[in-house]
Design a binder for this molecule. Structure first.
Ligand code: HEC
Ligand code: HEC
Ligand code: HEC
Ligand code: HEC
Ligand code: HEC
Length: 162
């Protein structure tokens, strides 16, 4: 039985790996249709709290949302989902859109705080989008390297692959 089950798991994983990436990308569906544009007066770091100090940016927990949405501020049913999850004692589980393979080392602190690059350089208009994109735009190696070359930054294989 165990062998049968792990066989199934392997078949599932291999099946997923064999899907073309753009098919996988269409599956991204967020638990709440978050609207960046209506929150544009907030500092990005108020929700992506580690973006200035750490490698990863972080995605907000329900508590961050409840800070302003404990009671309704709009009539949007998507907003109601915040309080529904809270009442059920469930966390909000955001799907990741930008993600590098694990052999790539990338740090937000280095790019945002030290190099002082705007988020838009790499995330386009995501910070002003009205609904979560359904597909992923990951940075390609070429995009990383062409900016490094333009700015005279080291671009040896082991700088990014550790
Ligand atoms: C600092 C306060 C604040 C925080 C934190 C905040 N919001 Fe909001 N949110 C607002 C305000 C104000 C509006 C109404 C904007 C308007 O209608 O102009 C709003 C509107 C919304 C709406 C309705 C959007 C629409 O298109 O009508 C949703 C959904 C929402 N917020 C979800 C969230 C989620 C999810 C979080 C946590 C990740 C969050 N908010 C965090 C202040 C906040
Ligand atoms: C009120 C909270 C809030 C603020 C402020 C906010 N975001 Fe977000 N952000 C979210 C939430 C929630 C998600 C996950 C849902 C989604 O993809 O829309 C997200 C997702 C993202 C993602 C995709 C991350 C990934 O890989 O899944 C990027 C990029 C992003 N935000 C950039 C920005 C930028 C740039 C700003 C400032 C201009 C900003 N955000 C301000 C809440 C916020
Ligand atoms: C030089 C390019 C670059 C810049 C500038 C940049 N990002 Fe990113 N961001 C990335 C890459 C690459 C990833 C995927 C990282 C990974 O998977 O390890 C990412 C991932 C994210 C995520 C996903 C969640 C997480 O924990 O990493 C969020 C949210 C995000 N960025 C927000 C921001 C915000 C907000 C800014 C501006 C303050 C910003 N980024 C600036 C390249 C960039
Ligand atoms: C828009 C321009 C831009 C893009 C895109 C960009 N970088 Fe960078 N990167 C920089 C700059 C500028 C620095 C130098 C920061 C400093 O002064 O330390 C840097 C530094 C680095 C460093 C540190 C290098 C060292 O000296 O050790 C690494 C690692 C790195 N980037 C990885 C990446 C990866 C991986 C990507 C793609 C996912 C990426 N970068 C995309 C501009 C960029
Ligand atoms: C500035 C950062 C950066 C530098 C420098 C860099 N890479 Fe990459 N590399 C990446 C990123 C980001 C990815 C993942 C995205 C992609 O596949 O385009 C990647 C992916 C790869 C992959 C996997 C491709 C695949 O199809 O899965 C290989 C192999 C690779 N790099 C080899 C190298 C070699 C060899 C060098 C030196 C000549 C190098 N890289 C230099 C950022 C970098």
């Amino acid at each position: 039985m165990k062998w049968f089950l792990s066989g199934l798991v392997i078949a599932f994983v291999v099946g997923i790996a064999a899907l073309p990436p753009d098919l996988l990308q269409k599956k991204v569906q967020q638990p709440i249709a978050f609207n960046h544009l209506v929150h544009k007066d907030l500092d990005c770091a108020s929700c992506h709290e580690f973006v200035k100090e750490q490698a990863f940016a972080g995605l907000p927990s329900l508590d961050v949302c409840l800070g302003c949405h404990e009671s309704a501020v709009t009539e949007n049913p998507e907003e109601e989902k915040i309080r529904q999850l809270a009442a059920e004692g469930k966390p909000v589980v955001w799907q990741r859109l930008f993600r590098q393979p694990s052999h790539v080392f990338y740090s937000h602190r280095r790019h945002v705080t030290i190099a002082k690059l705007d988020c838009q350089n790499c995330h386009g208009k995501m910070g002003e989008s009205q609904s979560p994109p359904q597909s992923v735009h990951n940075l390609t190696m070429e995009e990383c390297i062409s900016c490094h070359e333009a700015k005279g930054v080291r671009a040896g294989c082991v700088d990014c692959h550790r």
